[in-house]
Write a new protein. Sequence first.
Length: 338
Amino acid sequence: MKIFLAADHGGFELKEYLIEKLKKQKYQIEDYGAFKYNPRDDYPDIVKDAIIKVAKDKNARGILCCRSGIGVSIMANRHPKIRAAVAFNKKIAKETRQKNNINILCLGADYLSQKQALEIVKTFLSNKFLGGRHERRLDKINQYHSKNRGNIPKIKNSDLRLKAKRIILRPLKNSDAKDIYLNIQDKRISESTLKIPWPYKIEDAQIFIQKTKKSLQKKSEFVFGIELKNRKEVIGCIGLDKVNFEHKNAELGYWLGSKYWSQGIVTEAGKLILKFGFEKLKLHRIWCCIFSDNPASKKVVEKLGFKREGLHRETSWREGRWRDNVRYGILDREFERS
């Protein structure tokens, strides 16, 4: 049996002790750090590789240590193939192994002596999952999470660079803040969107870029900068928000610097983002809401193949007044691929 161990500074001494003892019992040990005591290290950075290793090997076990055991257990349980538990005595270790089929044991170094921890580890490694009604309960947990997470596709970095004749769509970089700030200095852009503030400051662009990076990591939102090929300048943004992988739908949103309006650039970007949504994200439906007094955007989405689905009366408070939203949608089978 392979055993993957990892610990931050709080569990470093305990991990070193356990490795020494377990090697004597001829377990196949792999140490994923920390490899030296560093009081400033962070447990998510240290334990992530050990978690991934356990998730990839159904016969493997993991042991993670920090001061309480709780932090590393939260980190481990974020992975859909991990069942981690904190154990402060042998009884908990036995029951979580037999009834919950845990594959990672989490230990709190501040609450256990090294000898106590070793006895808990021995109990964890020597007990087997009982199955039966316990397996039925775990299956229900898996079904619940699968239903709520949906089937999230794998997205490679190369999938996030989309090219057309005049433009490139790509994730935003910190250095794009100035381009965004300069191209958004037209109040009409704010008036035609729901979230862009006015006046718009360089700090707003910086905050927006950081938000898009976090959303991309979570796969909850995919925002791209619209870069002109010949100038390497970001002149707007387009993206898919409110991505729901269970129901396979997302909301389209975009803005473009006003000096580039009426040149077909949003249509070009729209075709790229729809293809990305339907082919890479495996979506079934993409929708958008447009203020009823924005005829230019209506023409753009209709040209892309969106169909008008209804009017939401006075649904948005913007610019000191209630505004109507027109709802548009397009299905995967309706999108014309080039």
